[in-house]
Design a protein around this ligand. Structure first.
Ligand SMILES: [Zn+2]
Length: 316
């Protein structure tokens, strides 16, 4: 017994404890099962380095990755009346909000910020799926109105990243009212002649796809993002037919004319800069920094010196 308790058990315990890896250091890809080191994954913007699967990225991380140097200023969003319907299902709505705020560290399901993307001033709104499924609440409506008003005031384009399960049922009709309200906010941008670009991320469904998420001048989606109004199962049951493969996925929607682009997250920033500058009639984006000035060690001989522009253009 002594030999077992003093030698065998500690040996077995040490063997098992040695294999334990802190689970926050490694993330398993849902698509291909590859174990990805956290730094490798975050450096690649949460895109699997093996198969290219796009994993969720937090709203605040999205802002950090999109703005130059991760620098941005948040735009204040007016707070709506809390829980006007005194809604309660298994839990009180106020408790659900409290839990979601604790979990995400955010006020509600949308962040608005201003800053520069590729040295181009823009306003960006990001919907946060981790906050109650990114559901469209009065706060989200306020955030979109605030984003549109800020963009108009600064004469900047608005880029919106959508991710939602639909309207927030705890706010009932008040949640649904955000559909026409945000549509008017988008119209403010159009009246001001400012571009409104939507990037649909996985998943964007429900009332959000029936309002601001589908009103962009340019509609971009991340690869394999689920985008639709009603769920596939509901549609199948309603029409009594089997739906085609890839239905409601970004690539399918692109093939059927619902989207303009499907762009990898790693290419997104460059693409947004190009589109925004084109629509704002600004010069093409400058990539990287200009090289440092070099002072020549010796004076350049006259015959090797580059011809002056005046000589080139002079009529012969
Ligand atoms: Zn993968």
């Amino acid at each position: 017994m002594n030999w077992i308790t003093n030698y065998v058990r500690p040996t077995i315990n040490s063997l098992f404890s040695r294999r334990e890896v802190p689970d926050n250091l490694w993330t398993k890809c849902d698509e291909c099962g590859t174990m990805l080191f956290h730094r490798e994954l975050s450096d690649n913007l949460n895109v699997c380095t093996n198969c290219g699967h796009h994993m969720p990225i937090g709203a605040r991380d999205r802002l950090r990755t999109i703005f130059d140097g991760g620098i941005f200023v948040e735009v204040a969003v007016p707070e709506p009346v809390a829980d006007p319907l005194h809604f309660r299902d298994q839990k009180r709505y106020t408790d659900r909000i409290k839990d979601a705020r604790k979990k995400t560290g955010e006020k509600d399901a949308m962040l608005v910020a201003e800053g520069e993307v590729g040295r181009t001033p823009v306003v960006v709104a990001v919907q946060d799926f981790s906050f109650m499924g990114g559901s469209m609440s009065m706060y989200v409506g306020n955030a979109i109105v605030a984003a549109a008003e800020r963009a108009v005031a600064l004469k900047r384009p608005l880029i919106l990243f959508s991710a939602a399960g639909g309207a927030r049922m705890q706010e009932g009709i008040l949640g649904l009212m955000q559909m026409p309200r945000t549509t008017i906010a988008v119209q403010m941008l159009k009246d001001a002649g400012l571009p409104y670009i939507v990037v649909l991320t996985h998943p964007t469904t429900g009332g959000v796809t029936a309002s601001y998420a589908m009103l962009g001048d340019v509609q971009i989606a991340e690869p394999n993002a689920l985008i639709g109004f009603a769920g596939a199962r509901v549609i199948e049951q309603t029409i009594g037919e089997k739906l085609p493969e890839g239905f409601q996925r970004a690539e399918y929607l692109l093939d059927h004319g619902m989207l303009d682009r499907v762009t990898k997250r790693t290419d997104l920033k460059d693409e947004l800069v190009t589109i925004v500058r084109l629509l704002m009639q600004q010069s093409a984006p400058v990539k990287g920094d200009l090289p440092a000035p070099v002072t020549p060690a010796e004076p350049v001989p006259a015959e090797n010196a580059p011809a002056a522009p005046a000589d080139v253009d002079a009529p012969k």
